[in-house]
Design a protein around this ligand. Structure first.
Ligand SMILES: [Zn+2]
Length: 562
């Protein structure tokens, strides 16, 4: 039994601007588990705070097993709550929703083709760190958790790098259940407008066919229209092009670090509902509740077509050779969205005496605004037949394994002709970002080399459902690659050097043997004044073009077999 509050009370808490504590949330679901034979609370992997993730599974056939759900052609819907515990709307909405669902007489109809999984609270760490100040502009609840987890990571940037145990345990849940549809609940800041609910859907241009089209043309219009009917008209997430929504909004490029971008790598359609933080808490929870109810109904009613579309996408991915790995917004393809906003105005700031923005709620408007929701591919990668990754890179290998990437260990030492990348250029953040000095704008040079591999090094064939994950993490140019997150930084430093006065004589000898190099050196001296006046730079030039160069310096240590 709940210690302090009853089951009825906990479902009503949000109406009084409250959200339950972590213990109350767990006790509520334990109680539901005891009361209903259609639900089971499953203990999953650990989080950084030392508590295990809890997954609540609801299945009308009382089978709490993804294999059995699949056998019956059921769709699987995964809902993730409390990734940002200062945004607990989904936690309270799910408490109300599950309580009603499990006490309803037509549960079997509502879940005929659907198994529902709910992560009670993903960031348990942050949920236990309760306060009433860290969401400064948000209208309730009175107390809530903190965004960072126990290691101060934002878990909604951690899906690829998996710094947090939370993220590693999430990957296990995700791949065990392999959801068709994934919903990660949030609250948003930004402009003021009339909507209680805004929605980020997986960027449709990034989803594998036919899923992108299905999402954009079928599923999203249905969700919008049903939310309208439920009394909570919805707007795409208000990502302004220029300061205020009146100037147009854009779709969100959900890279794989984010929940929906991660889900997309595995052909799961993902959503981040973002309620508006300036709306009172009870309204926000009601809107989230209505949207989640609509998801349940939609996925149950359309399980067949979702499964068909997804199976096509998985089959396509498994056989795919060309992969997009960078995108940019297409500003030539605007759509229009009938937007319900408030007039954006300016007045003199009491603080600075300068002009400040405010939204006049007494002047609501409805007008068409530009909505850019198409992204074009700017970089394509041709996949190799396989990658080889030496077993030494265990942090990367662990993450690949967590994500169901099949790999074969080499049975013995072997030399192989491979395509190698040299990292030519990249940019790095000047301060840490989510615990890493993040790299971007990576440029590579390719070379063919014979490389010695050792027993136990891993070969990863690019012929599996995880192909997109493999490409977008292992190709260093991809925006969320393991290289970008700094997993391979050690190769970016040369280990051995020459002693200049000793190397002088050897360098002269090398030039005598290598006419082409001599010409290159003379050419560079002629065209580069600084170089011609720098003795050490000239020695280094010869060193770098000789057999003494350090071949592993800047060589990306994942190798391509074509
Ligand atoms: Zn959030």
């Amino acid at each position: 039994m709940l210690d302090q509050i009853s089951m009825a009370q906990i479902t009503e808490l949000y109406k009084n601007n409250q959200t339950p504590t972590y213990n109350e949330i767990v006790q509520f679901y334990q109680q539901l588990d005891r009361e209903s034979e259609y639900a089971k609370l499953v203990e999953c992997g650990p989080t950084d705070i030392g508590e295990n993730l809890q997954l609540f599974v609801i299945d009308a056939d009382k089978e709490f097993d993804p294999v059995l759900s699949r056998k019956k052609n059921k769709s699987i819907l995964l809902i993730n709550n409390g990734i940002h515990p200062g945004e607990p709307d989904g936690i309270d909405a799910c408490i109300r929703l599950t309580n009603e669902l499990l006490h309803s007489s037509d549960l079997k109809e509502q879940l005929k083709h659907l198994t529902v999984c709910i992560i009670l609270v993903y960031n348990i760490d942050g949920c236990l760190n309760r306060n009433s100040t860290t969401r400064v502009n948000q209208d309730g609840p009175e107390e809530f958790g903190f965004r960072g987890n126990a290691q101060n990571y934002d878990l909604n940037r951690d899906f690829i790098k998996c710094d947090a145990l939370n993220a590693q345990s999430f990957a296990q849940i995700f791949h065990t259940w392999d959801p068709d549809v994934f919903v990660d609940t949030h609250v948003s800041n930004g402009a003021d407008y009339q909507y209680v609910m805004t929605l980020i859907a997986t960027q449709h241009s990034k989803l594998t066919a036919p899923l992108g089209e299905y999402l954009k043309n079928k599923m999203l219009p249905a969700l919008y229209s049903q939310m309208d009917k439920a009394g909570f008209p919805m707007c795409p997430y208000v990502n302004e092009i220029d300061k205020i929504p009146d100037n147009g909004i854009t779709g969100f490029l959900d890279l794989p670090r984010y929940s929906t971008g991660y889900a997309a790598l595995f052909n799961t359609i993902g959503f981040m509902p973002e309620t508006h933080m300036l709306k009172p808490y009870p309204q926000r929870v009601d809107a989230t509740y209505e949207l989640l109810k609509i998801y349940l109904r939609y996925v149950n009613d359309h399980a067949g077509e979702i499964l068909v579309a997804r199976n096509h996408a998985i089959e396509f991915t498994t056989n795919q050779v060309q992969f997009a790995c960078n995108w940019e917004l297409d500003k030539n393809k605007p759509e229009y969205f009938l937007f319900r906003g408030f007039a954006a105005k300016y007045k003199t700031s009491e603080i600075s005496g300068l002009n400040r923005l405010y939204y006049e709620r007494k002047e609501p408007f409805e007008k068409n605004i530009l909505f850019y929701d198409t992204y074009n591919v700017t970089e394509m990668i041709t996949a190799p037949k396989s990658y080889v990754i030496p077993k030494a890179w265990r942090h990367v290998i662990e993450r690949l394994k967590l994500n169901d990437v099949a790999m074969d260990a080499l049975p013995g030492d072997t030399m192989m002709e491979t395509e190698v990348y040299y990292i030519e250029r990249f940019e790095t953040t000047t301060s840490p970002w989510e615990g890493h000095y993040f790299h971007s704008n990576v440029k590579i040079r390719k070379e063919m080399q014979k490389v010695q591999f050792h027993k136990g090094d891993y070969v990863i064939h690019v012929n599996q459902p995880s192909n997109r994950y493999i490409i977008e993490t292992l190709e260093p140019q991809a925006p969320d690659s393991f290289f970008a997150w700094g997993f391979f930084d050690a190769v970016l430093m040369q280990k051995e050097w020459f002693s200049d006065y000793v190397f002088e004589d050897l360098a002269a000898e090398i030039l005598k043997q290598d006419d082409a190099l001599k010409v290159m050196l003379e050419e560079k001296k002629k065209t580069d004044d600084i170089f011609s006046g720098d003795a050490w730079a000239q020695l280094k030039f010869i060193f770098d073009n000789s057999q003494y160069r350090e071949i592993t310096y800047n060589r990306y240590p994942v190798f391509r077999l074509n």
